[in-house]
Design a protein around this ligand. Sequence first.
Ligand SMILES: [Zn+2]
Length: 347
Amino acid sequence: MKVADGFIFTEHGLIRGHAVHENGVTELFEGPSKDVPDLYGVIVPSLIDAHTHCADAGVRPKPGMSLEELVAPPDGLKHVYLRNTPRDRLVGDMRSFGSQARANGIATFVDFREGGAEGCRMAREACPDAVILGRPISPEFDPNEIDDILSVADGIALSSLKDIDLSYAERIADRTHRAGKTFALHVSERVREDIDTVLALEPSFVVHMVEATDPDLRKCADSDVPIAVCPRSNRYFGKAPPLKRMMDIGNTVAMGTDNAMLCSPDLRPEADLFSQILGEGTKEYTWIWECMCAGGRKLLYRSRGIIAQNEKEMAFAVLPLEGDRPECAWTDSGPVIPFRNDPECSP
Ligand SMILES: [Zn+2]
């Protein structure tokens, strides 16, 4: 028997509670444990990292590189790296990324996988439980390539509409929808993109929306399209997602960690940066926990054909708190617990 004591994330916020894990079953109870706990922390449904690029860990960005120089296809540094690095090395990097994610309470991550069908095969081999959204290599629409990707991946995710031809994106989105799989893309990361054009592609979710206007965000909320945000990655490029506006407008927001070369697969530093951007307050605090613990799950429910595969993964994680019994301030809606305070990206 293992006992975790601390706080439980519930739909009503964090409550004092404990979990008992025995014979493969975890039970949750209100109030402190009478047994001496093995772990102390916040008990949450196992987390979902809503946006990653898991093969990038070995890329070494030079200081001061722009977003375009680093990640824009086809000749940004990371794409040159992915083309020129041996398969074994990439699979190994993806595998260690998966182990790190698990150690941080992440049951699954949603990977925008470059490298066409072969990139997806590598990711599937390294991280069988990951949600893999592949990206075609061919500059022209190639239905055979799309079908090949979809035979191994959960769907297709594109770079940005700024980088590609719209009719190419439309044909890919259409073929992905017809296969009943997930279609997603980066939107308004560097510059604002037209949200009506994006939503016409019927994405399951969008990533970033850093440069989005209020009407753009409202249209996402009205269309029930979740947003995966990655504030550590944005900060590396001197930007910040408009979290306050997303919160006030009522967007469904999930946390992602983006490029593995910049950020570890850990949602706690993302949550910490959320609180720096939003400032303190019960409403803000509750929302951050919700984005961290429930946002990724909502995003997967919205995506086609994914959740059934990952339902077996729905267990609990305990996010340990620093120190033995950390200081917790109580508010009307529950305890205020510090997120881990190491939000820096490490290139
Ligand atoms: Zn990305």
